[in-house]
Design a protein around this ligand. Sequence first.
Ligand code: GLC
Ligand code: CA
Length: 511
Amino acid sequence: MHAWWKESIFYQIYPRSFYDSNNDGIGDLEGIIQKLDHLKSLGIDCIWLSPIFPSPHHDFGYDIAEYCAVDPIFGSLDIMDNLIEQASIRNIKIILDGVFNHTSIEHPWFLDSCRNGEKKDWYIWNEKANNWTSVFGGSAWTWHPIRKAHYLHSFAKEQPDINWSHPEVQKEILKIMEFWYKRGISGFRLDVFNCYAKDTQHTDNPKRKDILGLIGGFAYSFINQHHVYDRDRPELFPILRDMRKLADQYNAVLIGETLDENLRYNRASEYVGPELLHLTFHFQLLHTKWNPKKIKDSCMQLQKDFQSQCPTIVTSNHDFPRQSKRWGADERKRRIMALLTLTLRGVPFIYYGEEIGLPHISIPRASIQDPVGKKFWPFFSGRDGSRTPMQWSNDKFCGFSKTKPWLPTESKNLCTVHVQEEDPSSILHLYRALITLRKSHPVLHKGALKWLSSSKESLCYERYLEQERIVICINLSSRTITTPVQSGTIIFRIGSADLQTLQPYTAILIS
Ligand code: GLC
Ligand code: CA
């Protein structure tokens, strides 16, 4: 079977914010169809769509009320079929967001379960709540007056956790996946898959005694315990094996999002294998602020953790502030990180808008949409800032919609696809050039990686495959440094860099 996913470049679309075709202020599937040529010209291979299913949108689609349908705000199954077809004409595959740890409180399964119906055991109920805490704060249990018991929700109370220990549930989820494979979907990104299995005895999690535990004691209770009984359970493995068997029948890819409790705890690589998931996310680089040494350490750690597997390279997504916020406004940093994303060993994930360096937009309190932002403001204002509309043109609302969008666009219309198309030195042109480069050199998408020695401000690595070798030198710092490798032919360059010196935030590729 062709491991197409290993050589692909993925592009994440947050459908509410890509392009609004019917001017109701919310992006939709027809809008994605209309913008496919942008993606084609960028050169990506596979789109990951954040949830498009019917939902009351308590967590913007990550609370699904029906798995085999499309939310009318996004379109319909017919439009979805058309999107799959139009994408495939352009050689672009589509994967969906499989949110299978929980459903919406409005899902018919949950409504039935609450009434003690046929599906009474499809969710996790307990008369007495234990100490498990929710990622979105507070207890993970909520009392249900009709069922007269507590139900478990690892996230918001509108997102009840499915009972994966029930064989019928497992079968049903596989059926849902097959429904989409048959429609031409090429796989799933599995939302917080390492939470599926829980200890069926509901044993209390042990309390954390370190500094994070103390902070969690009063600020954010999720981190006040070690999540040993509600995450990463051994019962998870047979579930993943069944999913993989089915995926293999359709040559589909499974990409797992591991919920990680803290930075030093990352088990993402344990779930990758020929009978397990194809890929998992490792969020080390998302957690890393701009600090050359830390970025360097994160890249090395990532390669080490996935020594015998294929890593993913994720530098942005819908849950984290955009690069411009995490790493600062200086565009040179984003340019060298684009090069890093597309030349490290691993499967790159580009989050919509990063190809034009979309700014992170601060949302005033009254306009916050994200439930997490509403709950934790002013300590945390939520994830809206990285979910703002894609900026296409100089028209009002940056050409995203003719109506005021659900989240604001940048007021000055400076950062748009249109402006950057006209400017050969723009970051959009850089992304295209890097993608073309990666595709034209098998060593960049297939080769192994060896670290070469370099100062603490810089990264230097060699990609090699049979006879082909490419060396990458990146200066991550604001100082001019000596180029770590000084011989060969420069085949690509960002900024003022040569075989003697690398100016601040520059890079070269040498063959
Ligand atoms: C994942 C998603 C996030 C969502 C949560 C609950 O972490 O990426 O956006 O809120 O799961 O489904
Ligand atoms: Ca719309």
